[in-house]
Design a protein around this ligand. Structure first.
Ligand code: M6R
Length: 587
């Protein structure tokens, strides 16, 4: 949610580097963008409404500087206007700030620094004026520290002060990572943004501040004391964060499921068994996550019940803290998150930790806040996921949770076999003929404004996930239901030709969901069956392989493709849906 990029170093193309970095972070927010640098002793700021990838960059040309910073915005406080875009600056134009997060007490701070100083409607502008206020009597670093001591909320900020040869970065609750090159340092909201320049990173943790100039130094925000930090080498290839031959990241990431599922199950046996043991020992095991990751957690409830005969509870992360009544030191919270930075998940973790419970995280981004602040952490190893719509991360999360369920049952190797078969089935499915076929199905329904998806057992959460995918990429009003719930209300929505997708597996509930599908058809629905076998009730059939309990993995593939093609056919950019951002770092 909002992307920050900063550069300081030997190259005099800092502004261009920041622009390129922001383009890689665009998936985090794409309402507006802006950059700042010091030029001839004063602050140069350029801000524009719209996507940075479509921006007019002429104002930047020929401005050679060694230090710059920028921001790509996902609006929270204040509409999408040029004035509300970051960087924000102090009344005397000496301090510039880019910010990711939300300042909760901005109204109080606005009073403190004087309302008349403000030009924007944002919460961020208070940071610039507040630092400016303290800077009148204090050195740069001390002024930033004094200002952030007054702020409440979550933030990652980078600050520039005219006349100072370094940038200052600080964080509480929103990500910011330093890329350490030779004679140059990068600052970014995520690692792939600077991966083509360096794979060496230093993590800025919560409640830490860094001065970034010729050298880098870290300090505690609380005490101001210096901190020791190490450089970590990241094993990611820069190309894996590029689109390559594909038109969109979303399609590329769907296709990457040919091998990402296998990477997810290629885990250290001992570690998986240890986690299985921790789950068995726990008294009260909760799953939590948001959006797609939340639907994966719901599927885990079924996996754990069907395979491991184990009761676990799911709550969306934004709802989880209310369950604190049930938490105790023997409880275990398992959180699932692609980005590892989702604010609601971090809050769920805080609620669990307060009661002494342990936290296991399943993340994609190594070194993310969620990974680093949990008691145990497993990586799904899906590689960078850039499209806002989560695809390969979802199937990898499903695979890993299924593997853990088998490990709890004492059948880790059987689990691996089942999943390897499912992975190879996914590999076979993702061929050009299948893609063309699913595109044809999307063509058929692209002009409808409503679509419904039903599923049962472990495919019920997949119906909910299918709805998220179709909503966010195509803006069709899609809703997912437990198949048996239709007759209790939603069936009233069906009329002649309404597209209804039925997610079916060859399992003990197959006949039930077929009956529910027939009920839909009787009301005039146009039925798209996603299933290993054809059935006369289907108007269109998308064949998927029969992979037993792993069926959510294969059923999601045509759903993801259909959402992608619906988005493209309806003229939208599937990588950057309106109003959304990849990583949701606000509550
Ligand atoms: O990074 P996370 O997995 O924690 O993100 C959670 C959700 O914001 C995310 O899954 C969101 O729902 C996706 N855009 C869905 O495709």
């Amino acid at each position: 949610m909002c992307g920050i990029f900063g550069y300081i170093g030997k190259r005099d193309t800092a502004l261009e580097l920041v622009i390129e970095g922001l383009k890689k972070l665009e998936y985090r927010g794409y309402d507006s963008w802006g950059v700042a640098a010091e030029l001839n002793g004063s602050l140069f700021i350029e801000k524009q409404v719209g996507k940075i990838s479509e921006a007019d960059l002429s104002p930047i040309k020929g401005k050679n500087v060694h230090m710059a910073m920028g921001h790509t915005r996902w609006a929270t406080h204040g509409g999408v206007t040029q004035i509300n875009a970051h960087p924000h600056f102090s009344w005397d134009k000496k301090i510039a700030v880019v910010h990711n997060g939300i300042i909760e007490n901005y109204e109080e701070v606005r009073e403190f620094v004087g309302k008349e100083k403000f030009v924007s409607q944002t919460d961020t502008e208070v940071i610039a004026h507040l630092i400016g206020h303290f800077r009148q009597t204090m050195p740069f670093k001390e002024a930033v520290l004094a200002a952030i001591h007054k702020l409440k909320g979550r933030y990652a900020i980078v600050v520039m002060n005219v006349g100072e040869p370094h940038l200052i970065a600080a964080r509480r609750g929103s990500p910011l990572i330093l890329g350490i090159g030779k004679g140059e340092t990068f600052l970014a909201s995520d690692i792939p943004a600077f991966l083509e320049y360096t794979q060496d990173v230093m993590y800025l943790d919560d409640n830490e501040l860094a001065t970034v100039g010729e050298s880098v130094a870290f300090f505690s925000i609380e005490t101001g004391a210096p901190l020791e930090k190490r450089v970590v080498n990241i094993d990611w290839k820069a190309e894996s964060a590029e689109k390559g031959e594909y038109d969109h990241f979303m399609l590329k990431e769907i296709m990457e499921q040919k091998d990402s599922i296998l990477r997810a199950i290629n885990q250290n046996d001992e570690e998986i068994l240890e986690i299985a043991e921790a789950i068995k020992k726990s008294r009260g095991c909760f799953f939590s996550g948001c959006g797609t990751a939340g639907k994966v957690c719901m599927a885990a409830e079924y996996f754990f019940s069907i395979i491991a005969n184990r009761h676990v509870n799911f709550a969306p992360a934004s709802e989880f803290p209310i369950y604190h009544h049930f938490l105790r030191p023997e409880s275990l919270l398992i959180v699932v998150s692609q980005s590892g930075e989702t604010a609601d998940v971090l809050e769920a973790m805080e609620a669990a930790k307060k009661k002494g419970a342990k936290v296991l995280s399943i993340v994609n981004v190594a070194g993310s806040t969620i990974a680093r602040t949990s008691d145990y952490s497993l990586q799904i190893k899906a590689g960078p996921e850039k499209a806002v719509a989560s695809t390969k991360a979802a199937t990898s999360q499903l695979a890993l949770l299924l593997l853990i369920a088998y490990a709890i049952r004492g059948d880790l190797q059987e689990g691996r076999r089942v999943l390897a078969e499912a992975a190879s089935a996914v590999n076979d499915m993702l061929n050009p003929r299948f893609l063309t076929y699913v595109k044809g199905v999307a063509e058929n329904i692209k002009n409808h404004e409503n679509a419904y998806i039903i599923g049962k057992a472990e495919n019920y959460p997949m119906a909910l996930e299918a709805a998220i995918k179709i909503q966010e990429v195509s803006y069709i009003h899609a809703e997912g239901f437990a198949a048996g719930e239709l007759k209790h209300g939603p069936i009233a929505l069906i009329s002649k030709g309404t597209p209804c997708i039925s997610l079916i597996a060859n399992d003990e509930v197959k006949q039930d969901i077929i009956s529910n599908t027939i009920e839909l058809k009787a009301r005039g629905a146009h039925i798209i069956g996603i299933s290993p076998e054809n059935h006369e009730v289907f108007d269109q059939w998308i064949r998927v392989p029969d992979v037993g309990v792993a069926s959510p993995l294969v059923n999601l593939i045509p759903i993801q493709l259909m959402a992608y093609y619906l988005g493209v056919l309806r003229g939208h950019n599937p990588d950057m849906p309106r109003n959304l951002a990849k990583s949701v770092t606000v509550k």
